[in-house]
Write a protein that binds this ligand. Structure first.
Ligand code: NAI
Length: 318
């Protein structure tokens, strides 16, 4: 039976929500991700499978993996793993295959609704004798009838499209790889070029992986294309947005606002100018993390390990 090494920052009880899906006979050793280097090297040498959360591993540890058949990430993002080195070493890397895409899509909707309905401020006001201090009839909005533009129509983009359509939004998307016509039809989405999406959308939501093509895809030039009433939502990766350009656009009210789960620097510098702006809503990179997400991810992960153990190709290879 396989030796599985799970390096993680998760609390023991949370890690157990995942490892409960290990098939009978699997030997799963759970260790903290910040274990000293030498110990990681010692452990990875004998492992058949390495599960990582967060997806961070040093080159030295990777090079010491003699038996690894798969590096299985618990997350969707894989930008902190040296995939080129893994390829050179012949170790496939898989992400979670969209197991938390619904969590991120729901969070995206939560951000849009919270921004449109000014939830944070309303809650604060009601508690502080400011009942109806906000003129909601003049400064809150409905999703219904708005145009939402999704940049990236992968696992999360598609889930988000479905939710937005259910709210009555018109959904556009930009992705260099067009979705099959049947998927476009089922989701009720239309593919447009990036500039058209920016010009037409009331809500622009980012769902791309971070790579050299997507780094800074939202910048001074693309922000200038957006409507003055537009809301920018980022639940993918901070550096996909040029944060300085966004701050300038928000300060000048060039766009209406931003709802951000991710930032260029995490945790952020307390002096980040975004924190001074009233047209910004922030959450701490938690879009994909709910209590309900772990069993879903565990199920996918151990089914994927079992495939490889049975001699089949892994799914969700990045
Ligand atoms: P996915 O791989 O299923 O979809 C990504 C889509 O982006 C693909 O359709 C791809 O063709 C498209 N794409 C690639 N380059 C593009 C470009 N230059 N312009 C437009 N589209 C482009 O990935 P998935 O599962 O939808 O996740 C997307 C990202 O969301 C992840 O890579 C991760 O960084 C982030 N994420 C954030 C979480 C959070 O907690 N905030 C949790 C989970 C994922």
């Amino acid at each position: 039976m396989p030796n599985v090494l799970f390096l993680t920052s998760l609390a023991t009880e949370t890690a157990a929500l995942l490892t409960q899906h290990a098939p009978a006979g699997y030997d799963v050793a759970v260790h903290p991700i910040d274990l000293p280097h030498e110990q990681q090297i010692g452990l990875v040498r004998d492992a058949d499978f390495l599960i990582l959360f967060p997806g961070v591993i040093s080159d030295a540890v990777l090079r010491s993996a003699a038996n690894l058949k798969l590096i299985q990430l618990v997350s969707a993002g894989f930008d902190r793993v040296n995939v080129a080195l893994c390829r050179e070493l012949g170790i496939p890397v898989a992400n979670n295959g969209g197991a938390n895409s619904i969590d991120v899509a729901e969070h995206t909707l939560a951000l849009i609704l919270a921004f449109y309905r000014r939830m944070g401020e309303m809650d604060h006001n009601v508690r502080h004798e400011r009942w109806k201090a906000i003129d909601s009839g003049a400064t809150t909005y409905t999703i219904h009838g708005k145009t939402a533009g999704l940049i990236g129509l992968g696992q999360i983009g598609r889930r988000t499209a479905r939710l937005l359509a259910a709210f009555g939004a018109v959904v556009l998307y930009y992705d260099p790889y067009p979705a099959p016509p049947a998927v476009e039809q089922e989701l009720g989405v239309r593919r447009v070029e990036l500039d058209e999406l920016l010009q037409q959308s009331d809500i622009v939501s980012l769902h791309v992986p971070l790579n050299e093509a997507t780094r800074g895809i939202i910048n001074a030039r693309t922000l200038a294309r957006m409507k003055p009433t537009a809301l920018l939502v980022n639940t993918c990766r901070g550096p996909v947005v040029d944060e300085q350009a966004l701050i300038a656009a928000l300060q000048q009210r060039q766009i209406a606002g931003a709802a951000l789960d991710v930032l260029e620097q995490e945790p952020p510098d307390p002096a980040n100018p975004l924190f001074q702006l009233d047209n910004v809503l922030l959450t701490p990179h938690i879009a994909g993390v709910t209590y309900d997400t772990w069993p879903r991810r565990g199920e996918f992960i151990f089914a994927n390990l079992q495939r490889v153990w049975n001699g089949e190709a892994p799914l969700a290879v990045v």
